[in-house]
Design a protein around this ligand. Structure first.
Ligand SMILES: CC(C)(COP(=O)(O)OP(=O)(O)OC[C@H]1O[C@@H](n2cnc3c(N)ncnc32)[C@H](O)[C@@H]1OP(=O)(O)O)[C@@H](O)C(=O)NCCC(=O)NCCS
Length: 167
């Protein structure tokens, strides 16, 4: 079935929260935490639609390189001196995978108008997805001690990765 990304609306929150709870049972986040990101940076929050149903989501927002926003907690604002777009999460429900849809989300995020200084995408790879992100241009970045502590909250395979955007 064909699917497409569109900007997420507040009314999509229950669907996003249900998908997150299903796909990330070990990394739970409250719906109000998703809602804050949608308020702060609506351009980076998308839902994947197939047959009028939400079958995935992607969330990204401006942030600082080598810093990981807290899981299941509020950002309380976006940094004035952001230098990356942090991809908080991308999920495609199993029946709709296999068409590089996460890649389409990344391309959309990379094409967003950006304030001066934002030159990279960053994310935390989990569930062994590192090889997949490498195919989209991400490279593992060596974490400092503070980053290592944060990464540990994402599970053992968590890897901080950065993709430099072309000018
Ligand atoms: C990650 C995810 C969004 C990718 O979905 P998708 O865009 O439909 O990805 P595709 O199935 O088209 O896969 C794209 C390529 O990456 C590969 N790939 C997919 N998942 C992978 C994984 N976990 N590890 C390594 N490679 C992977 C696929 O084999 C495919 O390669 P191919 O082009 O040679 O066939 C989806 O698998 C998902 O929702 N996973 C659970 C949530 C998750 O892990 N999110 C990312 C958190 S960092």
């Amino acid at each position: 079935m064909s699917s497409h990304w569109r900007q997420a609306l507040p009314s999509d929150l229950p669907d996003i929260a249900a998908i997150a709870a299903r796909i990330h049972p070990e990394l739970p986040e409250r719906p109000e935490v998703f809602a804050e990101k949608m308020r702060l940076y609506p351009d980076g929050c998308r839902v994947l639609i197939a047959d009028d149903t939400v079958v995935g989501y992607g969330i990204a927002h401006p942030w600082k390189l080598h810093l990981i926003p807290p899981l299941d907690d509020f950002l309380h604002g976006l940094p004035d001196d952001a230098d990356c777009l942090y991809v908080h999460d991308v999920v495609v429900l199993p029946d709709f995978r296999g068409k590089q849809i996460a890649g389409a989300f990344l391309a959309m995020v990379a094409a967003l108008p950006k304030s001066a200084g934002i030159g990279s995408l960053a994310l935390v790879s989990v569930y062994g997805t590192q090889a997949m992100w490498e195919r989209f241009g991400f490279r593992a970045a060596a974490p400092d001690a503070a980053l290592r502590v944060k990464l540990a909250t994402y599970g053992e395979s968590a890897t901080y990765m950065v993709c430099t955007l072309s000018a």
